[in-house]
Design a protein around this ligand. Structure first.
Ligand code: 3HC
Length: 303
C-alpha cells in the first residue's frame, strides 16, 4: 500500500462544478450521481455522437427512476438541467473536480490529463475512474501529481454505494480528505486503497468471474445453473455470467489482462472464451448478446 507524505493542513476545498470526461456507461452514471445531489456538471465527449449517446444514457437512467416513481418528471428535468454538454476540454476551466472516465487506454488518459493540467485552476482535483491502470503513471503526465487521485465507481454508478479512492505515493492528504468528504455528500461509501491494478474489489471479484467463465467454457454446467448457484446459494444479486454481461466482456477482458500482467496470478489469466467472445463482438448487454441475449439494455431473453 502507499503512504502519502506529510503536508501542511489547508482549508477544505469547496466543490460546486464537476467535470466528467467521457460519457459512456460509467461517465454518464457518474454525471447523474453528481447532478442528483445538486452539483453543476459539465460532461465532455470527443464528438457530437458521444454527447448524444451520453444524453440518451442519462435520459434512460433517470426515466427509469420516474417510471418507478422514485423521481417526478419535474425533478428529472431539474437534474438533467444541471448537466451541460461539450466537446471541448477547455469548458472545464471552472471545474473544482474533473473525473475522467474514458476508455481504459493509458495513452488516451495521459493525453487528457496533460491537457487538463493546463486548463483547470491550481486547486482543482483531477480524478480518474480507471479500474486497473496505474493512477501514479497518469499523475506523472501532470505538473502537479499531488492533486491526482483515483475514484473508482461501480456499475451501475447511480446504484452501487462503493467508491474506491486510490491514493498514490504523492497524492496530497488534503486531496484525499476532500474527495472522501465530497463522496459522502453523494451518499457513497468511500474506501481507500493503494495504487495496484484491480484495487480491492476487482482483485477479488475478477478471479471469481474468470473462474465462472471457465466453468461455462468447460461445459461443466449451464449458464443458468452457474448463475443460480451464486444467486440462490450465496445470496449474490446476480450470477457471475450475467454480471460479466453487465460489465461488458471487453472491459472484463482488459481488466483481467492488466491484473494478470501486473500480478502474474494465474487466477487472473483470462480464460480463452472471453477473448473469443470479444473478438466475435459478443460484449454483453451493450451489444445485445454476451452469455445471454438481450432485448434492450435491461431485459434478458433466454435463447
Ligand atoms: N442504471 C441506473 N439504475 C439502475 C440500473 C442502471 N443500469 N440498473 C438498476 N438500477 C436501479 C433500479 O432503477 C432500481 O432502483 P430503485 O430501487 O430505486 O427502484 C434498483 O437499481 C434495483 O434494480 P432492479 O429492481 O431492476 O433489479 P435488481 O434488484 O436485480 O438490481 C442490480 C439490479 C442493481 C444491477 C443488481 O443486480 C446488482 O447490484 N448487481 C450486481 C452489480 C455489481 O456487482 N456491480 C459491480 C460490477 S464490477 C464494477 O463495476 C467494477 C468495474 O471496474 C468493472
Amino acid at each position: 500500500t502507499s503512504t502519502a507524505p506529510e503536508s501542511t493542513a489547508s482549508a477544505a476545498r469547496t466543490f460546486t462544478t464537476i467535470g466528467v470526461v467521457g460519457l459512456g456507461t460509467m461517465g454518464a452514471g457518474i454525471a447523474e450521481v453528481f447532478a442528483r445531489h445538486g452539483y453543476a456538471v459539465v460532461g465532455v465527449e470527443i464528438n457530437d455522437e458521444g454527447v448524444e449517446r451520453g444524453r440518451q444514457h442519462l435520459g434512460h437512467s433517470t426515466g427509469r427512476a420516474v417510471q418507478r416513481e422514485k423521481m417526478t418528471e419535474a425533478e428529472q428535468a431539474e437534474l438533467l438541467g444541471r448537466i451541460t454538454f461539450s466537446t471541448e476540454l477547455t469548458d472545464l476551466a471552472a471545474a473544482d473536480l474533473v473525473v475522467e472516465a474514458v476508455v481504459e487506454s493509458m495513452a488516451t488518459k495521459k493525453a487528457i490529463f496533460q491537457r487538463l493540467d493546463g486548463i483547470v485552476g491550481p486547486q482543482t482535483v483531477l480524478a480518474t475512474n480507471t479500474s486497473s491502470l496505474s493512477v501514479t503513471e497518469l499523475s506523472s503526465a501532470t505538473s502537479a501529481p499531488g492533486r491526482v487521485i483515483g475514484v473508482h465507481f461501480f456499475n451501475p454508478a447511480p446504484v452501487q454505494d462503493l467508491v474506491e479512492v486510490v491514493q498514490t505515493v504523492v497524492t496530497e492528504p488534503s486531496v484525499l480528505d476532500d474527495v472522501q468528504a465530497l463522496l459522502a455528500t453523494l451518499g457513497k461509501s468511500p474506501v481507500v486503497c493503494g495504487d495496484k491494478a484491480g484495487f480491492i474489489a476487482n482483485t477479488l471479484l475478477f478471479g471469481y468471474l474468470n473462474h465462472a467463465a471457465s466453468m461455462y467454457e468447460g461445459r461443466y454446467a449451464t449458464r443458468e445453473d452457474i448463475d443460480a448457484g451464486m444467486r440462490f446459494g450465496c445470496g449474490y444479486p446476480m450470477g457471475p455470467l450475467a454480471l460479466l454481461d453487465l460489465i461488458g466482456l471487453d472491459t472484463a477482458y482488459e481488466i483481467l489482462e492488466t491484473m494478470y500482467r501486473q500480478g502474474r496470478d494465474r487466477l487472473h489469466a483470462p480464460t480463452p472464451i472471453l477473448k473469443q467472445m470479444v473478438t466475435a463482438g459478443l460484449l454483453g448487454r451493450k451489444t445485445g448478446r454476451g452469455f445471454y441475449t438481450y432485448e434492450g439494455p435491461d431485459s434478458p431473453v433466454v435463447v
